[in-house]
Ligand binder design. Structure first.
Ligand code: DGL
Length: 263
């Protein structure tokens, strides 16, 4: 089936997931919705996050998407159950990868950097409480990071100061794994490494989401078997400059179109 895979995020961060999925599935076309005007979702109440997720889903369904990747931890942890209960297409979500971190830790202490909306969600509480019986989990809200990334400020002084402020206490607590619980944060990995060094493992869920997307497409007989040229369309409701910088250097992707429009 050559209908596109839909992706949405509060902004440009979900492109870190889009890159993993389109690399694993080179014959799939995609439509990506960057709701940057409403970023960050993580500081909003649950009802507002849910309303935005419904709006994004309906936009992608109007574009005939065959499956939707909720490329946002905050949206997944607050809305995925509702979306699965109310729409027919399969949804793939993303949550902080606590399990792989818990399995690798030797110091019995892991760190999680995520939004307030993710860390306060009932779904995160449910997952983390299971692991909390065996390991220490140091949670930190990365307030302000998403806004800077949306502005394209990946390396600014303000970014480095914020990262230092959030990560140094986790290093002091002796974490040996750091879970990136927000799809914007993989773009900060080089800066994060400078602060935490190489002995703390950085874990994000991008590859796992790509594998799951492939498995669910296959299970539902939705994979595109025609090997036609793929098309990737991005819709963004603010200035497209940051998005352009993040996706135009992607390998293997020939056909990318970015549309700035209100939605
Ligand atoms: N990329 C979103 C996430 O994974 C960012 C959330 C936000 O907009 O606060 O959580």
């Amino acid at each position: 089936m050559n209908n596109p895979i839909g992706f949405f995020d509060s902004g440009v961060g979900g492109t870190s997931i889009w890159k993993e999925v389109t690399t694993l599935l080179p014959y799939e076309s995609s439509i990506y919705l960057s709701d940057s005007i409403n970023a960050p979702y993580g500081e909003k109440p649950k009802e507002d996050i849910l309303a935005l997720c419904i709006k994004n889903t309906e936009f992608l369904l109007n574009q005939n998407c065959k499956l939707i990747v909720v490329a946002c931890n905050t949206a997944t942890t607050n809305a995925i159950q509702y979306l699965r209960d109310n729409y027919k297409v399969p949804f793939i979500g993303i949550e902080p990868a606590i399990k792989p971190a818990a399995l690798t830790t030797k110091t019995n202490t892991i760190g999680i950097l995520a939004t307030k909306g993710t860390l306060n969600s009932a779904l995160f509480e449910k997952t983390s409480s299971t692991f909390r019986k065996h390991i220490k989990i140091k949670e930190t809200v990365g307030k302000g990071l998403v806004e800077l990334i949306e502005k394209g400020e990946l390396q600014s002084k303000e970014m480095n100061n914020l990262l230092e402020y959030y990560l140094q206490p986790m290093v002091t607590e002796n974490i040996d794994a750091l879970v990136l619980g927000c799809t914007h944060y993989p773009y900060l990995i080089p800066q994060i490494k400078k602060i935490i060094g190489n002995s703390i493992k950085i874990i994000d869920s991008g590859e796992a989401v790509a594998r799951q997307t492939k498995a669910i497409l296959k299970k539902n007989k939705l994979l595109n078997t025609s090997k036609q040229t793929t098309k990737h369309v991005f819709f963004i409701n603010t200035n497209k400059k940051t998005l352009e910088n993040l996706v135009f250097n992607t390998n293997n992707i020939q056909k990318i179109k970015i549309i700035e429009t209100a939605f």
